[in-house]
Design a protein around this ligand. Structure first.
Ligand SMILES: CCCc1ccc(-c2ccc(S(=O)(=O)CCO)cc2)cc1[C@H]1C[C@H]1c1ccccn1
Length: 240
């Protein structure tokens, strides 16, 4: 709830991340380079290093027919589905239920040779927001994941190198109602997904290895995740 110690940080970070997700990549000179394309999916990155470590910000935009923003966020946020779509996940633990729309996670990811194995502690918050660019359109749904400390799980205490990340999944639903006034079906909806992530690998890992991993894993992740949502929702009523 709003009294939780993390609540102020959650509020601030969600607003900040949604505003950044809304910024296009089109503005020339913003340094975004297109590195992967697949149908409607476009993936961009900026090459950035912090203390000699690759932290390349990533921004992906994808348009998927037949699903809504609420559904995309529902399957991204809820832990019970994560092992179905997150292929690099080795272990996931919910450390704390902050509120019904905010969870604290510990995750260990599969080791990427030759780098050491990584783990991450992050809060995850799901929220519906009015779409200020389309007042009478459907709301925006978002999930923001942001690294945080947890006294029970100090960084680098075990075999894993602790990574730090900020992730924003922002979803804008589009409804094209049928001409004949029939009820809205999945054929009349689509979702514009903006996925932004910055991952600090926490400890040294070869830049070439990390960039190759991101180039391979991010397109695979977004394609697999959105296909998963389509498959999970195809015979279910629409969730707006
Ligand atoms: C050295 C860094 C290793 C590494 C640590 C962490 C992550 C990672 C963690 C969380 C999230 S998420 O979007 O919050 C979904 C919840 O799991 C995405 C990515 C990715 C990689 C690397 C393994 C690569 C990768 C990249 C993209 C997607 C999946 N995996």
């Amino acid at each position: 709830g709003s009294q939780h110690r993390l609540w102020p940080e959650i509020e601030k970070t969600v607003k900040q991340q949604v505003e950044m997700a809304k910024l296009g990549v089109g503005e020339c000179g913003t340094g975004w380079q297109l590195f992967a394309e697949d149908g409607e999916m476009r993936m961009y990155r900026r090459e950035e290093e912090v203390d000699g470590m690759v932290v390349d910000p990533l921004k992906a935009v994808h348009v998927v027919k037949g699903i809504t923003g609420h559904e995309v966020c529902h399957y991204f946020f809820n832990p019970q589905y994560r092992y179905d779509w997150e292929t690099t996940l080795e272990q996931m633990t919910v450390l704390e239920t902050i509120s019904e729309d905010s969870l604290l996670f510990l995750q260990t990811h599969k080791r990427i040779w030759p780098a050491s194995q990584r783990d991450v502690v992050f809060w995850s918050h799901m929220r519906k927001l009015p779409d200020d660019q389309d007042q009478d359109g459907p709301d925006i749904w978002t999930v923001v994941n942001n690294s945080t400390e947890d006294s029970e799980h100090p960084a680098n205490a075990g075999k894993c190198v602790r990574i730090y990340l900020t992730v924003c999944l922002m979803c804008q639903t589009r409804v094209d109602p049928p001409k004949d006034g029939a009820p809205i079906s999945r054929d009349n909806v689509s979702c514009k997904i903006t996925y932004c992530s910055v991952v600090n690998p926490g400890g040294w890992a070869p830049a070439s290895v990390l960039r190759a991993v991101y180039k391979r894993e991010y397109p695979k992740f977004l394609k697999r995740f959105t296909a998963y949502v389509k498959n999970q929702t195809k015979n279910k009523p629409l969730m707006f």
